[in-house]
Write a protein that binds this ligand. Structure first.
Ligand code: UD1
Length: 466
């Protein structure tokens, strides 16, 4: 140990530095010790502070398990297409809708937006939630989603806590953004922020990676990190005190999401599910998770793993039978989250291969580790899944250009809102950009009701209704 402390120039250190050196020594990360030894003053303090906040042990143990041949995912003996509810009967829908509305009115539901991802594919230098996404007013994703929460809250006269998961790097920016914008009318006490953790990255040879700026490479621990972070931050406890029983979970990148959709909530409640998800019919090769049954249990398999899983089993079903794509919209019972967090040892880690720029401008391959919230599904007592229409509910903002780009998303929003106008008897030109504020109407029938007897004067190429 003394040798290593000397190596890192930390002989006199008794606190964090010593602990860090002990871990680095145990996992044979001499290159990091040498790097620390070359640092001095503030740079050294910062390195030690940040590296000590990372769970190095977790990742280095995961690495050694993988290198000892631990399979990177569970093997299944049988894969089947899932049971999915397609809401087609108006009578049943009305009943479920009513159940959902009653629950919202009781104030027992919260909304969680996971916004801790790095959004590298979008090439946007700020947190993705700040992206000006809407076609006419250029509202940001955070603004639009907050307005949806506010609209539901006003419609049912219920306080709805909005939880935002950030990561340690985006946290301050996101909080300032909400503060600057008056929490988009939701009230400070109703917006709860919490941070997910960062995990260190390793090289394919199992070495911690030093970034171009001299700090250890790390990245957010996946959206499944919301489980750990919600409990460790105390946010889950606050929700329980407020009488919240479940969370409506969504990704920050889908402006069409129907926040706390009463029909989905009613179906979840009637199914007595611990965990529910919404799916759309997948397009061939689409990069979405697939909902299916693995060894008789509901599960979502991520797109990179689907073919492998199907091939492995020589599934008796054609690949086309697996066409339920998860849109990252869930309802999760808090009691289930709690039991998962405290009893089952949490969610499994997935390894992702990425590229990173290191010292000297070189790009190298790295491994990062993440947990996915949908891996909670096989642990749930009951799972329910409802299919919905892509045009109405799914237009994710993912890429700088091409598919799922800002252009695609704006067009999807305009096109949906043009349809609302048309069914309310208002004619608009095919190219007109249309945006309807969630504070005016939340869905097509709400819009038709509010437009009854009203006239719209259409001018120019775009139209905003609020
Ligand atoms: C994700 C899903 C995929 C689903 C698709 C729908 C995974 C692994 N896959 O794909 O099954 O069909 O969305 O759009 O998630 N996030 C965090 N912290 C993280 C990582 C991500 O909060 O550490 C958040 C992001 O901010 C975003 C959401 O999770 O809101 C989705 O992340 P993203 O990386 O865009 O997922 P995809 O790979 O596109």
């Amino acid at each position: 140990m003394d040798k290593y402390l000397k190596h890192a120039g930390l002989s006199g250190d008794s606190g964090k530095g010593k602990k860090l050196v002990r871990i680095l020594e145990r996992y044979r990360q001499e290159h990091v010790l040498e790097h620390i030894g070359r640092l001095s003053g503030r740079k050294k303090d910062r390195f030690i502070k940040e590296a000590s906040a990372l769970d190095l042990k977790l990742v280095l143990d995961l690495y050694s398990e993988i290198s000892r041949g631990r399979p990177s995912r569970p093997g299944y003996a049988r894969i089947d297409p899932p049971r999915v509810y397609r809401p087609t009967e108006p009578g049943v829908n009305g009943m479920l809708y009513g159940m959902g509305e009653t629950s919202i009115g009781k104030g027992e539901n919260g909304v969680l937006i996971v916004a801790g991802g790095q959004a590298t594919r979008l090439r946007y230098p700020y947190p993705k939630g700040m992206y000006p996404v809407t076609p006419v007013k250029k509202k940001s994703l955070f603004m639009l989603l907050s307005e949806k929460v506010r609209a539901v809250s006003l419609r049912y006269g219920a306080d709805i806590p909005l939880l935002i998961m950030t990561n340690p790097e985006s946290d301050i920016l996101v909080k300032r953004y909400f503060e600057k914008n008056g929490f988009f009318g939701l009230g400070r006490k109703n917006v709860l922020f919490f941070q997910q953790e960062l995990l260190p990255s390793v090289s394919p040879g199992g070495k911690l990676v030093i970034r171009e700026d001299g700090l250890l490479a790390s990245s957010p621990d996946g959206h499944g990190g919301c489980l750990k972070a919600a409990f460790k931050s105390g946010v889950a406890g606050k929700l329980k005190e407020r009488g919240i029983r479940r969370l409506f979970y969504c990704h920050v990148d889908n402006p069409l999401v129907k926040v706390l959709d009463p029909l989905f909530l009613g179906y979840h409640l009637r199914s007595e599910a611990d965990f529910s998800l919404k799916t759309v019919r997948k397009r061939p090769g689409e990069k979405v998770g697939t909902f299916l049954y693995a060894d008789g249990k509901a599960a979502v398999v991520e797109y990179i793993e689907l073919n492998e899983v199907l091939d492995e089993r020589g599934s008796s079903h054609a690949v086309e039978a697996f066409d339920s794509g998860s849109i990252g919209v869930h309802l999760i019972e808090l009691s289930f989250m709690e039991s998962l967090f405290f009893k089952s040892g949490g969610l499994p880690y997935h390894r992702q291969e990425k590229e990173l720029q290191v010292e000297g401008g070189k790009r190298i391959g790295i491994w990062k580790f993440e947990t996915f919230i949908f891996d909670a599904i096989p642990f749930a007592g009951k799972v329910s899944c409802m299919e919905t229409s892509r045009e109405e509910e799914f237009a994710p903002l993912k890429n700088f250009s091409g598919m799922d780009s800002p252009r695609d998303v704006r067009e999807a929003m305009s096109s949906l809102h043009r349809k609302w106008l048309t069914s309310a008897g208002i004619r608009v030109k095919e190219k007109t950009e249309v945006e309807i504020s969630p504070l005016f109407a939340l869905d097509e029938s709400d819009f038709a009701r509010k437009m009854k007897g009203r006239k719209l004067l259409l001018q120019g190429k775009s139209l905003y209704i609020e």
